[in-house]
Ligand binder design. Structure first.
Ligand code: TXA
Ligand code: MG
Length: 323
């Protein structure tokens, strides 16, 4: 089992592991990340190994500051403006990669672009001390729900990694929003922890949705799948189903639900985002065959929440073992 160390005491241990090419699960403001030195091929390979993730999926490189980011990616004016406004925070920018930056090609899956993000909190200080960027996908087995607590990381990956840094519950609870500037256009590659309209307000242009290009795991239909089947936008709960609720009023039949969690009794989408993955995991653990989900508004962070729910509900090739 992995060592679990509180964030306040973990810096030295995390640094020495990362320095020798090991991987470490760290808290970020979005979700827990499984971090490895982005310049070390063996470390990046260990990330894929621990996650059981197909190798062609590119990872986000996390930086400590804008100067480190500028040494890795080529910033256009719009991307720089977004970085200045939203970093540190849950925004990832896809930029042309500087080949001389020393990023191991496994990080980018050989692409000429790189996804960059400056996290807040423990990860930021860790990267600054290490002096090198950290590749860090979400700290969960491939296809599973992202972890928002150290306990969830330990339960999923604890047997395969040496250290989980415990920074408590992650405040945002959803992965970062991923955008890519393309000429004067701005493409939304993944909705996430910063609502699209917040990005648009700063960018001064509309985000274009439905962008294709790179096949990303965040785009795979069945990503985020729990063991239970998911039924979305339910108008009523069927007996024996678990209920993932939202807001003050309940759909008919809720009294017969096997279990219930309310993402936000007051109807706050930010609170709902922070609770989403943890509550899906908790309902999954009850053993209910189906998780019924009440309708969630589509605006603001509701776009990313509905995106993750749709992926969790999508058909998959093989059923996942219980968490
Ligand atoms: O909040 C987050 O973003 C978390 C925390 C740990 O930082 N990380 C995360 O990483 O969600 P991951 O690996 O689970 O998702 C990375 C996403 C994938 O959808 C991947 O395909 C996309 O970023 N991506 C990475 N490099 C890319 C590139 N060059 N072009 C387009 N998409 C890229
Ligand atoms: Mg992920």
């Amino acid at each position: 089992m992995a060592e679990v160390i509180p964030a306040g005491e973990a810096l030295g241990r995390a640094l020495s592991l990362l320095d020798t090419g090991e991987v470490v699960a760290i808290p970020t403001e979005t979700v827990y990340g499984l971090a490895g030195d982005a310049t070390n091929g063996a470390a990046v390979a260990r990330i894929f190994e621990a996650k059981g993730r197909p190798r062609f999926n590119p990872l986000i490189a996390h930086v400590a500051d804008l100067a480190m980011a500028e040494r890795i990616g080529v910033f256009d004016p719009l991307s720089r403006k977004l970085a200045q406004e939203f970093w540190p925070g849950p925004l990832t920018l896809v930029l042309p990669l500087r080949p001389e930056a020393g990023i191991h090609p496994l990080v980018t899956a050989g692409l000429a672009t790189i996804a960059l993000r400056m996290p807040r909190g423990f990860g930021n200080g860790l990267i600054a001390r290490l002096g090198r960027p950290l590749a860090a996908p979400s700290a969960n087995s491939s296809g599973r729900i992202s972890a928002t607590s150290a306990a969830a990381v330990e339960a999923d990956l604890g047997g395969r990694i040496p250290l989980v840094v415990d920074g408590g519950q992650t405040p945002v609870g959803l992965e970062s929003t991923i955008v890519k500037a393309d000429g004067g256009r701005l493409l939304l590659l993944r909705p996430g922890g910063i609502a699209a309209d917040e990005v648009e307000a700063v960018a001064g242009v509309k985000l274009e949705r439905g962008a294709t290009g790179v096949q990303s795991p965040g785009m795979l239909a069945s990503h985020y799948a729990p063991g239970a089947a998911m039924r979305l936008n339910v108008e009523a709960v069927r007996p024996g189903e678990a209920l993932l609720a939202f807001g003050a009023s309940r759909v008919p039949g809720f009294e017969g639900a096997a279990a219930m969690k309310n993402l936000s009794p007051s109807g706050d989408l930010r609170e709902a985002a922070a609770n989403l993955f943890g509550f899906m995991q908790a309902l999954d653990r009850t053993g209910a065959g189906v998780i019924a989900v009440e309708p969630i508004p589509a605006h603001g962070l509701g776009e990313a929440i509905n995106d993750r729910l749709a992926r969790a509900a999508a058909p998959r090739d093989k059923p996942l073992p219980p968490a």
